[in-house]
Write a protein that binds this ligand. Structure first.
Ligand code: E4P
Length: 216
């Protein structure tokens, strides 16, 4: 399973990239606003920190303007992946961009039927938002399982990018279902390393080691 960081925070991305476990980054207009940075400048910096896809989102709602925005965004770096919303114009843009080899992440997916449309439009990634789905009384993980089933039925290449991940259980459940990618805030990814028994184990081993008076 690929791990993407869902952030526009350079320090966090640099930290995660250093672990060797980071496969890409996703941003959205809210994350860019939170960074307080210039969109193109911060996107360029992020693209230099990973060789994996970096999702940068269009903000237009119509196909023609989305295409113009995508043209600007894909010039930033070779690993930019254009993020478009799951609308008719978004999927028209997805089809046009993927047909000429540009990576596209179709975002704001909340139903398996929408995910089917994204695959038919040739999306590189589809982003079902599990956290927001759960928040609204739906079962986010059931959505991932349904999309997995449909994509496998027809051998679609579109990768399921589990988004709006809130905690480690989301990551674990998505991996059990066979999602291709998950994107999570850095704090959630860092939380995956932690286990109370690992910490206690290290503490115990170090205490015993100190008694030996040896060094390595
Ligand atoms: C995905 O690409 C989105 O940026 C993100 O996962 C949204 O998550 P949120 O629901 O926590 O805002």
């Amino acid at each position: 399973m690929k791990f993407f960081a869902d952030t526009a925070d350079i320090a966090d991305i640099r930290d995660l990239a250093a672990t060797g476990l980071l496969d890409g980054v996703t941003t959205n207009p809210s994350l860019i606003a939170r960074s307080g940075r210039d969109f193109k400048e911060v996107t360029r910096e992020i693209c230099a920190l990973t060789t994996g896809p970096v999702s940068a989102e269009v903000v237009a709602l119509d196909h023609e303007t989305m295409m113009r925005e995508a043209e600007i965004l894909r010039k930033i770096a070779d690993n930019v992946c254009i993020k478009v919303p799951l609308t008719i114009d978004g999927l028209k843009t997805c089809k046009a961009l993927t047909s000429d080899g540009t990576m596209v992440n179709v975002t704001l997916c909340f139903s398996a039927a929408q995910a089917l449309l994204a695959a038919k439009a040739g999306a590189t990634f589809v982003s079902p938002f599990v956290g927001r789905h759960d928040d609204n009384g739906f079962d986010g993980m059931q959505l991932i399982a349904d999309i997995r089933l449909i994509y496998d039925n027809y051998a679609y290449d579109t990768q399921i990018l589990v988004a709006s991940v809130r905690h480690g259980i989301h990551v674990l459940e998505a991996a059990k279902i066979g999602a291709d990618v998950m994107t999570a805030p850095p704090s959630v990814i860092k939380g995956l390393f932690k286990h109370i028994l690992t910490e206690k184990g290290i503490e115990g081993f170090l205490a015993d080691w100190a008694k030996t008076g040896q060094s390595i």
